[in-house]
Design a protein around this ligand. Structure first.
Ligand SMILES: C[S@@+](CC[C@H](N)C(=O)[O-])C[C@H]1O[C@@H](n2cnc3c(N)ncnc32)[C@H](O)[C@@H]1O
Length: 234
């Protein structure tokens, strides 16, 4: 248990800390971060209540250094954007950006996104981004991948009808894995996620207004090809 509710604690894979934070970042983590941080104290979280006056709420899972999230927040000031990232240095980077740009529509969980997803009020999200999740390429590690039947269940509940799930990856096996998991979910739970692609161009073309991500740039430099999936919540 995590001591805050009856929801069991899960193992968080991957690193949660890197280099010592720069003094300015460390300072902002003490001063600004508590004001934008999401608390898991409540068993059910209504995300709109975390923001002032917003039209809808989006969530980014695993935002890395937060470049994409900050861009979305800046270009969509009427949207509240939540981000989850267990890696402290990535969180500190986003907090610095919030400070520099004066962004008011971002809230952060410095932890595993599943702890937030499982608490979200039903139909409370209009969009979810899962961009270049850790690929866990070894067969014996595949089960650590973020996409599975449990997380699809959380996403199905949290997304409102007509809401959108965006999943991008440069790892063909993870793309196939995700499509297979979504098909199985739809088969077993009823048509829930409709893959919007009609032709190959649709998954080869970045999302509208796409700023790219840091991980994507690295993947392209290393010769891998991004794939952009989008699903509509039925
Ligand atoms: C390969 S990186 C991609 C980062 C960023 N989305 C990008 O494209 O540059 C994957 C990120 O997901 C984060 N992550 C891994 N498991 C997570 C989880 N359960 N919940 C939230 N974030 C997670 C990692 O810490 C890491 O920063």
């Amino acid at each position: 248990m995590n001591g805050e509710s009856d929801i069991p604690r899960r193992h968080v894979y991957g690193r949660t800390k890197g280099k010592t934070l720069k003094p300015r970042q460390a300072n902002l983590m003490e001063t600004l971060f508590p004001r934008v941080s999401i608390s898991l104290e409540e068993a059910v979280i209504d995300p709109k209540r975390l923001f002032g006056d917003v039209d809808e709420v989006w969530l980014e899972v695993g935002f890395g250094g937060g470049e994409h999230l900050a861009h979305q927040a800046e270009t969509h000031p009427r949207v509240g954007i939540m981000g989850c990232e267990p890696f402290l240095n990535g969180v500190a980077k986003l907090v610095s950006e919030i400070d520099e740009q004066g962004l008011t529509n971002i809230r952060i969980l410095n932890d595993d996104a599943r702890f937030l997803l499982e608490r979200l009020a039903p139909s409370s999200l209009a969009r979810v981004f899962i961009l270049y999740p850790d690929p866990w390429p070894k067969k014996r590690h595949n089960k650590r991948r973020f996409i599975n039947q449990e997380t699809l269940g959380f996403l199905a509940s949290a997304l409102r009808p007509g809401g959108e799930l965006r999943f991008a990856s440069d790892i063909p096996d993870y793309i196939a894995w995700t499509l297979a998991h979504v098909s199985r979910f739809n088969r077993e739970k009823g048509e829930t996620f409709r893959w919007t692609a009609e032709r190959a161009e649709d998954w080869r073309t970045p999302y509208e207004g796409w700023p790219g991500t840091r991980y994507e740039a690295k993947a392209i430099r290393e010769g891998r090809t991004p794939c952009y999936l989008a699903f509509t919540r039925g």
